[in-house]
Write a protein that binds this ligand. Structure first.
Ligand code: SF4
Length: 76
């Protein structure tokens, strides 16, 4: 899965949301999140982000971000 990290805070672009084929972006408190179970790992959103906030969970130390993204996406 891909997840959104803190670089997203205060970013006003929503290009990522528009390109996602499965609509798995959700609004968190002050940033967007990706539902980790709904993301199909296509990678289309990653280059759209001007803040470099969208990362694959295969990067080191991403467990807390996966849980953060899950928590806020499941509030909807
Ligand atoms: Fe959506 Fe693909 Fe990005 Fe996952 S990787 S959030 S499915 S655009």
């Amino acid at each position: 899965t891909y997840v959104v990290i803190e670089n997203c805070i205060a970013c006003k672009y929503t290009d990522c949301v528009e390109v996602c084929p499965v609509d798995c972006f959700y609004e968190g408190e002050n940033m967007l999140v990706i539902h980790p179970d709904e993301c199909i790992d296509c990678g289309v959103c990653e280059p759209e982000c001007p803040a470099d906030a969208i990362r694959p969970d295969t990067e080191p130390d991403m467990e807390k971000w996966v849980e953060f993204n899950r928590k806020y996406s499941e509030l909807w």
